[in-house]
Write a protein that binds this ligand. Structure first.
Ligand SMILES: [Mg+2]
Length: 306
């Protein structure tokens, strides 16, 4: 290929990867004539660089955590002919990399990416923004807000669950009105998760059967987050079963309209800057991405069009 652009977030958690990014990029000289390394200095830089130069690159590699990848996906989704996209995991959870079967060890990830195995991957849309992994309201927004920095550093992905268990004790239900192309729900709820990918907080706990190549969003409504339904959700990731329980509503959809009373803050791929009401939809096969281990993609287990 002609040109690869590396978008590097120098503040990403994996300092070893950031320090070695020049050496890593040299590894790609065998597949590209030109390699450009761009260090970002503030949120919005990755999106700006993709907007300016994305169309003339063959491959964009994001080096950073989920925040960096989310920004890149939003910028790439707007291009008429987006380049191939890959990620070198440098954050705490690296949910996107897990979703695409990319190794958490950056040296292994480099060897996976250099093979350029690509898939057309679905992305979700809410309002004028895009997401690769999940969209959520209710408990999920409290969970991520309440993680203390020291806890996150010490316990990594486990801190999300420690925080979730604490949050269960003091959260309130809201009025939910959901209309999808395949189902509807009206009533009290404590959390709604809409998944494209399957990983949230580093664990494949919410949508063990979901696939980013099946053209469907997975919708999970928690009518009441008792400890037992939370536990059944966690244990469902140890099996291959779909989430089930009396407090859960689970279905697949291509378009979902969500209204709540009161309006709620949205957590979308970890970014929290919008509120309900909103309409979500799926853009099947919208971006070309480099993938690693096929098994992680869940392609065979994905929900079939009825
Ligand atoms: Mg899907």
């Amino acid at each position: 290929m002609d040109k690869i652009i590396f978008l590097v977030n120098p503040n990403a958690g994996n300092k070893e990867l950031i320090t070695n990014v020049d050496a890593v990029s040299r590894r790609f000289q065998e597949i590209a004539d030109k390699i450009e390394i761009c260090h970002t200095s503030r949120p919005g830089d990755s999106a700006r660089i993709i907007g300016e130069q994305g169309a003339c690159a063959d491959l964009v590699i994001a080096v950073g955590g989920d925040g960096t990848v989310h920004e890149c996906v939003n910028a790439l989704a707007k291009l008429r002919n987006p380049p191939l996209f890959a990620m070198l995991p440098g954050g705490t959870c690296n949910d996107f990399a897990r979703t695409l079967g990319i190794s958490q060890d950056y040296r292994e990830a480099v060897e996976q990416i250099i093979h350029l195995k690509e898939r057309k991957v679905d992305i979700g849309k809410h309002g004028d923004r895009y997401f690769l992994n999940f969209w959520g309201i209710g408990l999920i927004t409290q969970v991520s807000e309440e993680i203390r920095g020291d806890l996150k550093e010490k316990f990594g992905r486990l801190s999300y669950y420690l925080s979730a268990v604490q949050t269960l004790n003091h959260q309130e239900a809201f009025e939910l009105d959901i209309e999808a192309d395949t189902a509807a729900f009206k009533g009290k709820a404590t959390m709604v998760l809409v998944g494209n990918g399957s990983f949230i907080g580093g664990v494949n706990a919410y949508f063990p059967q979901s696939s980013v190549t099946d053209g469907w969003l997975d919708v999970l409504i928690f009518k009441e987050v008792s400890f037992s339904s939370f536990w059944s959700m966690l244990t469902s990731y140890l099996t291959t079963e779909e989430p089930e329980g009396k407090d859960l509503v689970y279905f697949h959809a291509k378009k979902v309209r969500v209204k709540t009373t009161p309006p709620l803050k949205v957590d979308c791929d970890g970014e929290k800057n919008s509120y309900t009401p909103v309409t979500l939809s799926i853009l099947p096969g919208h971006l070309r991405m480099v993938v690693g281990d096929d098994k992680a993609l869940n392609e065979r287990k994905g929900y079939q069009d009825p």
